[in-house]
Design a protein around this ligand. Structure first.
Ligand SMILES: Cc1cc2nc3c(=O)[nH]c(=O)nc-3n(C[C@H](O)[C@H](O)[C@H](O)COP(=O)(O)OP(=O)(O)OC[C@H]3O[C@@H](n4cnc5c(N)ncnc54)[C@H](O)[C@@H]3O)c2cc1C
Length: 573
């Protein structure tokens, strides 16, 4: 075989080495999920996870590459042939084929039973290894709407809408969207100018007018829309939450007019539009005064968890692509994985991916526990602060991990039809901006910290976990993590007591540390569980690398004679 043929045959070998099932190939997912939800809860859905893992790695992966081509993107057809406004978004047939597989996985129908958010999260994570899928955002929005209606919807909403939103049959199902953002600024929802006017004689029914600037999954059957009832106070206090059906009972548009679809950096297969509401009929969700709270606490928190799991899915895919590649591709007569610099990048990708999935599944399982105990999750300080911080850290890490993956694939990493990595890379800044860009969330965390020391809930949980770790192998790591925690806590306290502008300047650094401490405590907890079960696991090495690189201040790998060996242990399966 000549050199050219040999090079190409290695690429063929790479393609053949990629997993055919994203679930079966992901030991960390299966173990962490079993640890967080318990084997009894997991057993009935194992077959669903297996099926979704195979579909995601196979037909869905192929369809997502096809759908992202410019000629296959969704397009708007606002009028029909006889001049009536129809506001149709037209999709490539593969869009619906993927949707059928995603919906039949029961990723949404599972939410009909309380306590299934962690299982929903695991399924969604498998799908998002293809990025936006293109049903990642629709699944997250529909999940948020389901939970909001379960929480405070009227009897007829539960009767009429819930069964459709929970239907696993894609061709019958209804799906949801959520529209807050207006052109004058998305973060400042209190500046919303959309207006709601009551419809006389129809309690709970309103007419919504105004403009929304970013409307993803714009063709959804039901959209949760923020609007200010006429005469209501300014700021977020006066914001109500309404569910607006896309169509009237006779099939005509319900005063929801799409101006145009946006041309985006990433998530291009998902239609995101600018929309005019012109006296659209909307139905009040919950009491008017609790609208903003339900939107943020139920719907946006669900989407923030969705962004985190989506980022984890992308990190996992980037690792899979790069790891399989590095094991077969050769340069200078060596396989890439033999180069220490490549090994270190791969180890970092793996550690960040593990940490993200661990914190995301922890929070999903926490939501389940709170719901089953009859507590509203958003009233729990650990859940509230945890979801926000986790969305930040996972989406930041997602960009870095995909970037590493592209680098490991070299020039090939930048080529659209060579691997999914360019597409996944373009998705990451969009994920980061969704449901609050980082600085906006930092402002929220700072407000919560100043008002009620909410950050203590996260640090307290990390401390409890660390105190519970007893395994002799982990003692030294536990103590170093605990020292970092004590340091982080005292810095946080100092900053909060100081000048508010300085606090706003430093909050991101503090939150970053806090997120890492939280993640390492979860990794150590899982490691102890694996060690107790006496099974081979890369987790002790992953936890150690993570602790050294991201938690302990002043760690210098150059001063650590065991660093190369540690990197090797992280990469061992
Ligand atoms: C592809 C795409 C799809 C989207 N789909 C939807 C959707 O379906 N529904 C929807 O409602 N929205 C959607 N969004 C909007 C998204 O959630 C917003 O972009 C986001 O909430 C921020 O609003 P903004 O873009 O107006 O930024 P701005 O609010 O103008 O913020 C700009 C910058 O200022 C910073 N900033 C703002 N306030 C503060 C503060 N108090 N302290 C410190 N920094 C601050 C922000 O962090 C950011 O860095 C979508 C966005 C994109 C890119």
């Amino acid at each position: 075989m000549n050199r050219v043929e040999q090079g190409r045959s290695l690429l063929r070998r790479w393609e053949a080495a990629k997993p055919t099932n994203f679930c079966d190939d992901d030991e960390h997912l299966r173990r962490t999920l079993a640890f967080r939800v318990g084997p009894a809860r997991l057993a009935p859905v194992e077959a669903l996870l297996h099926q979704a893992g195979g579909d995601s790695a196979g037909p869905v992966s192929r369809a997502c590459a096809l759908l992202d081509r410019p000629e296959n993107l969704p397009r708007l057809e606002p009028w029909n042939g006889i001049g009536e406004r129809t506001e149709e978004v037209v999709f490539h047939p593969a869009f619906h084929e993927v949707g059928r597989l995603v919906w039949r996985s029961r990723v949404l129908s599972l939410l009909g039973e309380p306590g299934n958010v962690a299982l929903h999260t695991a399924l969604a994570y498998l799908w998002t290894q293809n990025g936006e899928v293109p049903h990642g955002c629709p699944v997250a929005c529909t999940a948020g709407l389901i939970k909001a209606i379960q929480r405070c919807g009227s009897d007829w909403m539960r009767r009429e809408w819930l069964p459709r939103l929970l239907d696993p049959d894609y061709d019958r199902r209804w799906h949801g969207a959520q529209f807050l953002t207006e052109v004058q600024g998305g973060s400042d929802v209190g500046a919303n100018a959309c207006v709601a006017r009551p419809i006389p004689g129809e309690p709970g029914a309103w007419r919504i007018s105004g403009e929304k600037w970013f409307c993803s999954n714009v063709h959804a059957d039901l959209s949760a829309v923020t609007a200010r009832p006429e005469g209501a106070p300014g700021g977020t206090k006066g914001i109500g939450l309404f569910v607006v059906p896309r169509r009237l009972a006779d099939g005509r548009p319900n005063g929801v007019f799409i101006r145009r679809l946006k041309q985006k950096l990433g998530t291009r297969t998902l239609p995101t539009a600018e929309v005019d509401f012109q006296d659209a009929v909307g139905y009040q969700l919950g009491g008017l005064e609790e609208g903003f709270r339900v939107m943020m606490g139920v719907i946006i928190n669900t989407s923030r968890l969705g962004v985190a799991l989506g980022s984890c899915g992308i990190m996992r895919r980037a690792w899979v692509e790069a790891f399989t590649y590095a094991r077969v591709r050769e340069a200078f007569g060596r396989r890439l994985i033999e180069f220490p610099a490549v090994r270190e990048q791969l180890a970092e990708m793996r550690a960040l991916g593990f940490a993200g999935l661990s914190s995301t599944l922890f929070l999903a399982a926490l939501e389940d526990r709170l719901t089953l105990a009859g507590t509203h999750p958003e009233d729990d300080p650990l859940f509230r602060v945890g979801v926000t911080i986790n969305k930040y850290i996972c989406s930041v890490d997602g960009g870095l991990v995909v970037h590493h993956g592209i680098e490991i694939l070299g020039g090939n990493g930048t080529i659209e039809d060579f691997s999914p990595l360019p597409r996944l890379y373009r998705e990451m800044p969009v994920e980061e901006s969704w449901e609050g860009p980082h600085n906006t969330m930092m402002a929220q965390i700072l407000r919560d910290a100043l008002r009620s020391k909410m950050h203590d809930a996260l640090l307290g949980k990390a401390e409890d976990i660390l105190l519970g770790i007893r395994h002799p192998v982990l003692k030294e790591m536990r103590d170093r993590a605990a020292a970092a925690l004590a340091d982080g806590r005292s810095r946080f306290g100092r900053v909060l007591r100081g000048d508010p502008e300085a606090a706003a300047l430093h909050i991101r650094g503090l939150v970053h540390r806090m997120a890492r401490i939280f993640q390492v405590s979860l990794l150590l907890e899982e490691t102890e569980h694996d060690l107790a079960a006496d099974r081979p696991t890369p987790l002790p090495a992953v936890a150690e690398l993570f602790l050294n690189r991201y938690v302990v201040a002043g760690y210098d790998p150059m001063e650590d004679a065991g660093y190369g060996d540690l990197v090797g242990r992280v990469l061992a399966s």
